[in-house]
Ligand binder design. Structure first.
Ligand code: FMN
Length: 244
C-alpha cells in the first residue's frame, strides 16, 4: 500500500472482539504505522484523482470496522455499507452520480455506499417501548418511554434526521480512518438517490446518506491540507453566544 505511512498490521473486527473477551491481546506496536487522529485530521483533504490501485480486503475491513465503532444516539447503529469494488458495479453506480463525481467512482479503489437504516430506527423504538423497568418505577417513566418510542416511529422528519445524523458519525470515522492508513477519500453528496437505490437494489426503508470513495491519491499527500476555512474566532463563542 502506498502513502506516507505503510501499515504492518491493521486491527480487524474479529481481533477487536477477541480483545474485548480477553482471549487475545492486540500488540499496539503492530498498529503504530497508522497515523494518530490529529495527524489524520490535519492531512485529510478531499481527493478527486486516484491511482487505479485496488484497496485490499484487510484495509476495507479496517475502514468498515472504524465506522462501526462510532458512537450513536441510544446505540442506534443505523449505518450499513455497500462495498463497491467490482468494475461493472462501479460503472452502474457512476451512472447515478453527478458528472463531476463520475471519474472518482470509476477510478477510486472502492466506493462505500453509506446507508442509514430506518429498520434500526423502528427496532430501537420497539426496544425503548419494551425497556424493562423496576417494579417500583413511577408510571410516568413508562409513559415517557412509550411517548419517545411513538415519536421515533411517527415523526417523519425527526426519524430521518436521527438516522442520517448518526450515520454521518460512522462515515466521518471511515473517512478519517482512510487518511490514517495513508489513503485518500472523497465524501460525496452529489448523486441521484433514487437511481443509486435502483442500481444497487436498496430497499425502500433505507436512506442513502452519502457515498465515499477511497483509494490511493494520484498525488501523494505530503503535508497538512491548505484549508479554506472561516477563521476559528468566527465559529467559536465563549460561555454565551457572541462571547469573546
Ligand atoms: C456531506 C458532504 C458531501 C460532499 N459532496 C461532494 C460531492 O458530491 N462532490 C465533491 O467533489 N465533493 C463533495 N464534498 C467535499 C467537499 O466539497 C469538501 O469537503 C469541502 O470543500 C472541504 O474541502 P476538504 O474536504 O478538502 O477539506 C462533500 C463533502 C461532504 C462532507
Amino acid at each position: 500500500m502506498g502513502g506516507l505511512y505503510g501499515i504492518r498490521k491493521i486491527i480487524r473486527s474479529d481481533e477487536i472482539d477477541a480483545s474485548q473477551t480477553g482471549k487475545e491481546r492486540i500488540d499496539v506496536n503492530e498498529t503504530k504505522h497508522a497515523m494518530d487522529v490529529l495527524t489524520a485530521i490535519a492531512l485529510r483533504r478531499s481527493v478527486r484523482e486516484f491511482k487505479p490501485d485496488p484497496v485490499s480486503e484487510d484495509v476495507i475491513t479496517a475502514l468498515l470496522t472504524a465506522a462501526h465503532q462510532a458512537a450513536s444516539s441510544w446505540n442506534l447503529q443505523p449505518w450499513e455499507f455497500i462495498v463497491v469494488t467490482d468494475q461493472h458495479a462501479k460503472e452502474a453506480l457512476a451512472e447515478a452520480v453527478t458528472v463531476g463525481n463520475q471519474p472518482v467512482v470509476l477510478n477510486g479503489g472502492v466506493t462505500f455506499v453509506c446507508l442509514g437504516s430506518m429498520r434500526q430506527q423502528d427496532a430501537l423504538a420497539d426496544r425503548i417501548a419494551n425497556t424493562p423497568l423496576p417494579p417500583d418505577a413511577a408510571p410516568e417513566r413508562r409513559e415517557r418511554l412509550v411517548l419517545t418510542a411513538a415519536k421515533m416511529r411517527e415523526d417523519v422528519q425527526w426519524r430521518r434526521e436521527h438516522v442520517l445524523t448518526n450515520t454521518y458519525i460512522g462515515i466521518a470515522q471511515l473517512v478519517l480512518a482512510s487518511q490514517s492508513l495513508g489513503l485518500g477519500s472523497l465524501w460525496m453528496g452529489g448523486y441521484d438517490e433514487a437511481k443509486v437505490k435502483e442500481v444497487m437494489g436498496i430497499p425502500d426503508d433505507y436512506l442513502v446518506a452519502s457515498l465515499v470513495t477511497v483509494g490511493t491519491p494520484a498525488q501523494e499527500i505530503i503535508g497538512p491540507a491548505v484549508r479554506k476555512r472561516r477563521p476559528l474566532e468566527e465559529v467559536v463563542h465563549r460561555n454565551s453566544f457572541g462571547g469573546k
